[in-house]
Write a protein that binds this ligand. Structure first.
Ligand SMILES: *Cc1c(COP(=O)(O)O)cnc(C)c1O
Length: 449
């Protein structure tokens, strides 16, 4: 009853993200009163395993004592101060540590307050860099099919998920779309490496035909998450780095979802041994506690802006909460956990358990593929295994998995027909087994009629 009463209050005033609000005429809204580790608890005391890290942000569990304590300590000193003309210890220490841990070329940190804003910063910086260097004709960006970079207009334009984007088409920049190396969409007889090679040839055609007009290529390294947890071979990234060097365009790595250990390495770019010109970080950066993002870039980019005020070469972009001290403290505590605990080693074991937990689905007639990169595992539900024919999206079979999951106390939130696990790294073997069992049962149900 408590949940229902709360829901009425909520629906009288709130407009929820990424939601057709009419769905709540039949779908319950779950009011959460507390969280602990991988568990969320609603007003009636029912618990839900957060298998999606609260939209991919929470990496070390809810109410993590180390992160909570760090924020409380910072709170007694300084909550926030303007970062233009002023500075503070947590902002500098965090920047020093991010520079030290990210690929070589990255030596400068610009803070923003969410992932989309970080993407906007990278796009504007890249464009402005070329302008400052005397190349005003460079006004275009290249993206990959199936990509996702956020919801603000610039970031939305650079994405390619039609459900989010098409409605706003008339308002958006037009990127040049290169084919995604997504292995699931590989051609007959190709393995993931072959798909990467073929897609690099396509990218080369685009760059050679347009390089004088292109600012940057933007990609999600290794996994296109919102586009359906599509995974690709790291060779694509190393090849893309070479092409960007050869044709002299920037490479923007959007590691907002995959950074901080998600793919098995601290940053996905490490698996291809590349340094991008811009790296966007957010989501796991603060352990899922506070909104914050960072754009890292090179000394070359930074120096193109460094000049007399009157030259108008400066990057005059800002957000009110840039470099928020509480968010920096949360991020520093998150980095401390990586520094002091064998997180990545432990994740190798957790990742293997995740795969074990759903291995019985391997030959299921309605499972097209189970794919995994590090701490992301995705199960592609299909109408027909052999032909890989998709279920019509209107049937909303993923929603059935979601509802079944909730009834069993597991928060799964499929992307269309793709059921995935992206849990906090503090999940244990028993919890993984529960997550796997509920996903299997949910898929059985959703695919049974
Ligand atoms: C979530 C996400 C974003 C946008 O971040 P927000 O904080 O939601 O604005 C951008 N890029 C990728 C790859 C993401 O997964």
């Amino acid at each position: 009853m408590l949940n229902k009463e709360f829901m009425a209050r909520d629906l009288a005033v709130l407009w929820h993200p990424c939601t057709q609000m009419q769905d709540h005429e039949s779908l319950p809204l779950i009011p959460i009163r507390s969280g602990q580790g991988v568990w969320l608890e609603d007003l009636e005391g029912k618990r839900y395993l957060d298998a999606i890290s609260s939209w991919w942000v929470n990496i070390f569990g809810h109410n993590n004592p180390l992160i909570s304590t760090a924020i409380k300590q910072q709170l007694d000193r300084l909550e926030h101060v303007i970062l233009a003309g002023f500075s503070h210890e947590p902002a500098v220490e965090l920047a020093e540590r991010l520079v030290a841990m990210t690929p070589d070329r990255l030596s400068r940190v610009f803070y923003a307050d969410n992932g989309s804003a970080a993407v906007e910063v990278a796009l504007k910086m890249s464009f402005h860099y070329w302008l400052n260097r005397g190349e005003p004709r460079r006004q275009r960006f290249v993206n990959l099919s199936g990509s996702y970079h956020g919801e603000t207009l610039g970031a939305l334009a650079l994405g390619d998920v039609s459900l989010y984007k098409d409605t706003y088409g008339p308002l958006l920049l037009e990127p040049i779309v290169a084919p995604s190396p997504d292995a699931w969409q590989g051609q007959e007889g190709e393995d993931s490496y072959d798909t990467a090679v073929r897609c690099l040839l396509e990218m080369e055609k685009i760059l050679s035909a347009n390089s004088g007009e292109i600012c940057a290529v933007i990609v999600e390294p290794l996994i296109q998450c919102a586009g359906g947890m599509r995974m690709y071979h790291p060779h694509y990234l190393s090849g893309l780095r070479s092409l960007c060097d050869q044709y002299n365009v920037h490479l923007i790595a959007d590691e907002i979802a995959v950074g901080f250990g998600r793919t098995g390495t601290m940053f996905a770019c490490e698996q291809a041994d590349i340094s991008p010109d811009f790296m966007c970080l957010s989501k796991g950066l603060t352990g899922g506690y506070l909104p914050m993002s960072a754009v890292l870039t090179s000394e070359d980019v930074y120096s193109a802006f460094y000049s007399d005020y009157a030259s108008l070469k400066g990057f005059l972009h800002s957000h009110s909460y840039t470099g928020n001290a509480l968010a920096c403290a949360a991020a520093l505590a998150t980095l401390d956990i990586f520094a002091n605990q064998p997180v990545l080693e432990n994740n190798v074991k957790l990742a293997a358990l995740m795969m074990d937990s759903v291995s019985t689905l391997t030959d299921h007639p309605h499972v097209g593929e189970i794919r995994q990169t590090g701490m992301v595992l995705a199960i592609e539900m299909v109408k027909q295994r052999e032909t890989r024919e998709a279920w019509p999206w209107q049937e909303r079979r993923g929603l059935e998995v979601y509802q079944y999951g909730l009834s069993q106390g597991v928060l799964l939130r499929p992307l269309g027909n793709i059921v995935y696990f992206m849990p906090p790294y503090v999940i244990n073997a028993e919890e993984i087994a529960l997550m796997g069992r509920v996903a299997i049962e949910g898929i059985e149900r959703a695919c049974s009629q």
